[in-house]
Design a protein around this ligand. Structure first.
Ligand code: C2E
Length: 278
């Protein structure tokens, strides 16, 4: 319920609405502070090469730990970061942190571990994105060939022409490009074929539906075949059991990620985890 205080202007009077506005303001403020004071961190989830049976990469995932209680999930605070234009700085920090972690791992004996990093829409279309990425690679001496950028369908298709130009430039840098969350959104097959991508990552909801919807195996089969026909590396996300893994292995899916294979962990935990598996 809103009260009209002058033509065209409304003042919120409902306590609930006021609380929402206040909560959003506090979240924005705390997020800015968290970034400045380095309270955010990255965790790394293993990516299994299904064919070799080895972990040959990781996905970097943002976490916002809370002094009391569970971390705030990225899907809650990333939209806030986008809305207050903090995503560019945040994304910049993520890339730098991921590259630095790669160097630390190399020093710990893990040879050249490929890393996938998520890129959000505003970050992708920011005019300085590619220059800054090039600069971070130079500063950290990171090898762009070991970097995969994951963008959602919505990001890649928001401005198709600009997106094509950006993807071409990124390819020229040597980074790999993956369409994330494939299967739930609206990417048409032509668009998928037109973009210079290296891979697609199947939304985990589709894998989780294997156990509940009769149509799911056929849908997953079709996506894996489509990826293969377009020479894309396909990743199945959300592998939570041996039967999920067998299912995608039988279908020659290239990569698998899921709690059954390894949960997201800190950089130091990943070294121990990885070395124990050898
Ligand atoms: P995503 O790129 O699809 O990442 C996979 C998500 O699935 C992660 O959630 C991961 O923890 C979760 N996951 C993986 N395997 C399983 C499984 O077996 N079961 C279940 N239930 N979940 C599984 P998370 O970390 O909460 O991230 C959610 C989304 O937030 C990511 O989806 C990505 O789109 C976004 N995100 C995370 N970190 C970043 C970042 O640094 N930058 C940007 N722009 N987005 C990020």
């Amino acid at each position: 319920q809103a009260k009209k205080v002058s033509p065209g202007h409304y003042q919120f009077v409902t306590a609930a609405l006021n609380r929402q506005v206040e909560a959003a303001r506090i979240m924005e403020q705390r997020l800015r502070q968290a970034l400045e004071q380095r309270e955010l961190c990255l965790v790394y989830q293993p990516l299994l090469n299904v064919d070799s049976g080895r972990v040959e990469g990781v996905e970097a995932l943002l976490r916002w730990p809370q002094p009391e209680g569970t971390p705030i999930p990225p899907e809650t605070f990333l939209p806030v970061a986008e809305s207050i234009h903090l995503i560019h700085d945040l994304g910049h920090w993520v890339l730098r942190e991921a590259f630095q972690q790669q160097v630390v791992w190399q020093q710990a004996g893990l040879s050249s571990m490929p890393i996938s990093v998520n890129i959000s829409t505003r970050q992708f279309y920011h005019p300085k994105f590619i220059d800054e990425l090039t600069e971070i690679c130079r500063e950290t001496a990171a090898d762009p060939q070991l970097l995969t950028l994951q963008m959602s369908q919505a990001t890649l298709l928001e401005n198709r022409d600009v997106s094509l130009q950006l993807l071409d430039k990124l390819k020229a840098l040597g980074v790999k490009l993956v369409m994330d969350d494939f299967g739930l959104g609206c990417a048409s097959l032509c668009e998928l074929g037109d973009l210079p991508l290296d891979g697609l990552s199947i939304n985990r909801v589709l894998v989780q539906r294997l156990h509940i919807a009769q149509s799911s195996p056929a849908i997953l089969d079709t996506i894996i075949h489509l990826g293969r026909a377009l020479a894309l590396q396909v990743t199945a996300v959300g592998i939570e059991s041996a039967s999920d893994l067998s299912f995608i292995r039988e279908r020659d899916c290239d990569w698998a990620q899921g709690y059954y294979l390894g949960e997201p962990m800190s950089g130091a935990e990943f070294v121990r985890w990885y070395q124990q598996r050898l």
